[in-house]
Design a protein around this ligand. Sequence first.
Ligand SMILES: [Zn+2]
Length: 292
Amino acid sequence: MARTIGVLAMEHVAVGVVDGDRIAGKVQVFPEKGGEDSLRDVPGDEIAEIIRRQVRLVSEGSDPAALGVGIPGVIRDGVVAESPNLQQLKGLALQSTLAAAFPATAVRILNDADTIAAGIAATRGELDRLVRVWTLGTGVGYGRYPEGQGIGEGGHCVVTLDPKERYCGCGGVGHLEGIMGHRAMRLRFLDLEPEEIFENARQGDERCREFVKLWHRALAGATATSIHLDGPGKFYITGPNARFVDTALLNLTLQEMVKMSPLQGSFLEVLETSDAIAIIGAAVSAARTRAA
Ligand SMILES: [Zn+2]
């Protein structure tokens, strides 16, 4: 039987067969023993080839019915239009490459954070609701299910008018990622790793405490912007740096920023996710496209 397959290409390429809202069998990861940034120096065409090979492996001979791929960056018509944290992907026509390799397959390319939002919606029975997610890692991703018509680069929304705030990976001034991104934190505190910044703040270090406050205000501000544009609802926070989030402080700050009564009732929740969630989300989105 033709399968539905989901792929996440972020720190590595992870591929799985999806049955309904769960993974059937085992998730294939390439490279098997990669570090966190094992795709950083791999050219875009080669990443496409790795995806093709891994999909071929798990589909066991027959073309999958639907194939969804989550990848970081701005995705337009199946092409990676921009990818600040994996720049070699820029211009990669992933959809047409994979559609040529699997002619009988409905191929769908999505932003990686959108696949996580779709995966959360699918696995928590929230496919009938608006689900938004912030992913905190090297950069900051913003995902939405159902996928919006827009660009969806919420990680780059402007949260400060201070012209000195220029640590964002995209080069833009005042961006959320320029405060919250792992890379941006290392650039700001050249002498401290992000873990040490949060630890020092707990110990009472003034500079670190001020920054941790700013870090939470930035996320609350970006969330408030999303609420004012798109309505209230539930926001999930995930990714490796979600461990730094003080949920109580964040929700309190958000309440101070959203005061109109029809927009109340939103809240943020930290949720640990895995490759499996994104794989399920990519597959569910591709299967829904096929059915539509
Ligand atoms: Zn930016």
